[in-house]
Design a protein around this ligand. Structure first.
Ligand code: ADP
Ligand code: MG
Length: 707
């Protein structure tokens, strides 16, 4: 159903929220003020006795006065099944609270614009997991608007920045320090695209922690002077927190702030200088620093690669933040985007782009969150600065599986963190035992997180697949597709290969008690994990003797070899070795990537002689495929291995044998047949011949692997 009204972008913040739209007169983004004329609205709700709802500054004041019928910081509880507040006789979760807040905020914005608001793009922190994203979408729905989609806050900020001149700016860092959270994102910005490279963050770090530091300092001074601490009394402490926040904001503009507090008949007044404030909170700033370094490590970049830094969030107004950026980059943070408004403005641009694309490409006001190139083709003409966005997954997606030895449940990661959303889709073929005349169902629990123990991850979803038909032999093969949508939410489907039919899917709430994942699995539970696909690594000798024709021929043979396999069933990775060894491509089922990696393997050139072996770098990658039907490493080399590389390889081979990972060595040129035979776990496949015969040898291996 199409709603009538305009399209907006909403930054639904932990502490403050902002609504923006594209002004039709100027075609420029503009913030829509609330009923008090403010551009940012405190994300606080207060309930009246009569059930009326107040939001924003009025509600915040009531909350500061100690009114119990108020709610704030509920965004931190988004999607949490156990969070409920009872206000004015109503039980509400965070989505319901956000929905009420949004409904009122939207009504105020409609009044100040004189127009109805029909739909919105809402922003979420990049680290929000599936339940939090869905709760945000639910909040918008409860507020009575159509949620076109959710996008990540830092991505929105980058889009807002894109309206400005981007000349000379390539890789940017978005540093978002809000009221209760810290979010950092690295992105590549070009004239018409924002490509997110990776993100990181801290759920529990924000302006509030800086307020606490000030509060703590005041309480200490007070206690020294009077022997009692205002922290002993909750009400006094709460009102001190309000003063601390005000003092903090003052320190962003002046050199000192005075804070006075009265408790148990004593009154104290303390002057906090900006430099003392900095010292007191140095540890907090350092947490943001460490988070950034971790992100850099994850995506393989460094401060020197960063051309500009965008500051987002009210807390980046603290002088120590831009100073820190200057220290790390040697230049000023990028200007021209208001830290309070950037996110909402980016969301408004995105919403408008989306709306335009949807109308253009899908018709009938359907929502089209287009991730394809067609999107960028449309957007520029209509809206200056609109960008094609390519975001990444903030969390690894895995499922609860049984460990290789059957002893425990583990998180089997299928889509890794910081994978581009457009590529965040994998198909896994799994074998399931089916018995005649028995209704068969398959339960799948999806996890978000990188830890091996399911209990250390977020159990994001539970799906039950039904309608599985019996097949002769009692074993069926299911193709299960796992993917992230453009919203960063999870989607999954399953196909029974024998019937070609998609299975019925139902979503069930994730049980609160997941302690069973800590217990040993029952015998029958192993069947859902058997993965009949395989993984194959090709390791190519890149020593100097290979350069020229041999390398070209080897590349052609490798491509032919890769094309022998059904990539729905197998992942292929590439490594190079010479005087070092290196993973050139982690195993993937993306044919384009595999071909590209083979084509560009010259660029991986590592040095002259063969003094390194490839097995040690491949082992940690390949051993992760615990349930693969087969795991193979094919080593291609044109000469002897020196400086102990051969001995080292034979040593690591033992580990391969222990794990049932197969090695096949193929040689040409001056390669040593005896060595390759010893190295290969399938020694009958090892061979040494002319490079022109490589194709034939590889095809033979492909045939055997496929069997
Ligand atoms: P969120 O997105 O989490 O709602 P915001 O980006 O609106 O948060 O930032 C709110 C935080 O910014 C609060 O902790 C507030 O105290 C802080 N803040 C706002 N203005 C200033 C300022 N001038 N100086 C320092 N901190 C500020
Ligand atoms: Mg924010």
């Amino acid at each position: 159903m199409e709603r009538r009204g305009i399209t907006v972008g909403i930054d639904l913040g932990t502490t403050y929220s902002v609504v923006a739209h594209i002004d039709p007169a100027t075609k420029a983004p503009a913030v829509i003020p609330n009923e008090l004329g403010q551009r940012t609205t405190p994300s606080v709700i207060a309930f009246g006795r009569d059930g009326s709802v107040q939001i924003g500054s009025k509600a915040k004041t009531r909350s500061e006065m100690g009114d119990a019928d108020t709610a704030s910081f509920y965004k931190l509880e988004m999607g949490s099944p156990s969070f409920k507040v009872s206000l004015a006789g109503r039980d509400m979760n965070a989505a319901a609270l956000s929905g009420l807040f949004l409904k009122e905020l939207i009504a105020q914005c409609e009044k100040s614009l004189g127009q109805k608001i029909a739909r919105a793009v809402i922003t979420v922190p990049a680290y929000f997991e599936d339940p939090e994203r869905n709760a945000t979408i639910e909040a918008g729905r409860l507020a009575g608007i159509e949620v076109m989609g959710v996008i990540n806050e830092p991505t929105a900020a980058a889009i807002a920045y894109g309206l400005k001149e981007t000349a000379g700016i390539n890789k940017i860092l978005i540093y978002d320090l809000g009221g209760g959270t810290f979010d950092v994102t690295a992105a590549q910005v070009s004239k018409d695209a924002v490509t997110v490279l990776g993100c990181g963050g801290n759920h529990y770090l924000g302006g509030k922690n800086w307020d606490e530091v000030i509060c703590g300092w005041v309480c200490e001074q007070f206690e020294e002077q009077f022997g009692v601490s205002p922290a002993e009394d909750k009400e006094t402490y709460n009102s001190l927190m309000v003063k601390a926040e005000k003092a903090k904001q003052l320190l962003s503009a002046s050199e000192y702030a005075d804070i006075s507090v009265s408790y148990e008949g004593h009154s104290g007044r303390y002057r906090l200088t900006e430099s003392v404030f900095r010292e007191l909170s140095a540890d907090l700033l350092d947490i943001t620093h460490k988070t950034i370094l971790r992100l850099f490590e994850d995506i393989g970049i460094d401060w020197k690669d960063i051309d500009g830094v965008i500051l987002v969030g009210g807390s980046t107004k603290m002088k120590m933040v831009p100073d820190y950026i200057r220290r790390m980059t040697g230049r000023e943070p990028l200007k021209g985007v208001d830290p309070d408004e950037a996110v909402a403005i980016g969301a408004a641009i995105q919403a408008e782009t989306e709306q335009y694309c949807a109308v253009k490409t899908l018709g009938g006001g359907q929502r089209g969150f287009l991730m394809g190139a067609d999107r960028s083709a449309y957007n520029m003409a209509q809206l200056k600065g609109a960008k094609f966005i390519s975001d990444v997954t903030a969390h690894s997606l895995g499922m609860i599986s049984v460990s290789e030895d059957g002893s425990r449940f583990v998180n089997d990661i299928m889509i890794k963190k910081n994978t581009p959303l457009s590529k965040a889709e994998v198909v896994k073929r799994r074998e399931l035992e089916v018995s005649k005349g028995k209704e068969q169902e398959l339960e799948i629990y999806l996890l978000q997180g990188d830890a091996e123990r399911p209990a250390d991850c977020t159990a994001a979803k539970k799906y039950v697949f039904g309608g599985i038909e019996f097949v002769e032999g009692g074993k069926t093969l299911l193709d299960i597709t796992y993917r992230y949508t453009a919203d960063g939410t999870i989607d999954i489907k399953a196909l029974q290969t024998e019937t070609g039919r998609e299975l019925d899917r139902r979503e069930e709430p994730v049980p609160e008690d997941m302690s069973w994942t800590e217990e040993p699995p029952a015998a029958g539970q192993k069947q859902i994990v058997s993965d009949t696909g395989g993984v194959l690594y090709m390791a190519l000798d890149l020593s100097d003797s290979m350069s020229g024709a041999p390398l070209q021929m080897a590349k052609e043979s490798m491509k032919n070899f890769a094309d022998q396999f059904d990539l729905a069933r197998i992942n292929i990775g590439i490594a190079g070795f010479a005087n070092k060894s290196k993973i050139w491509l982690e195993a993937t089922s993306d044919r384009n990537e595999i071909m590209k990696a083979i084509d560009t393997i010259d660029q991986c050139w590592l040095g002259y002689g063969t003094t390194a072996e490839p097995l040690s770098v491949i082992l940690p990658k390949i051993k992760r495929y615990r349930y693969a039907g087969f795991r193979y490493v094919v080593v291609l080399t044109d000469g002897g291995w020196y400086d102990g590389a051969d001995k080292k390889a034979l040593k690591i081979r033992e580990e391969y044998v222990r794990r049932d990972i197969e090695i096949v060595g193929l040689g040409f040129g001056t390669a040593d047949y005896n060595f390759l035979k010893k190295l290969s776990t399938r020694s009958e496949l090892a061979s040494v011949g002319d490079i022109s015969g490589l194709d034939r040898e590889l095809l033979k291996i492909a045939r055997i692997i496929k069997e």
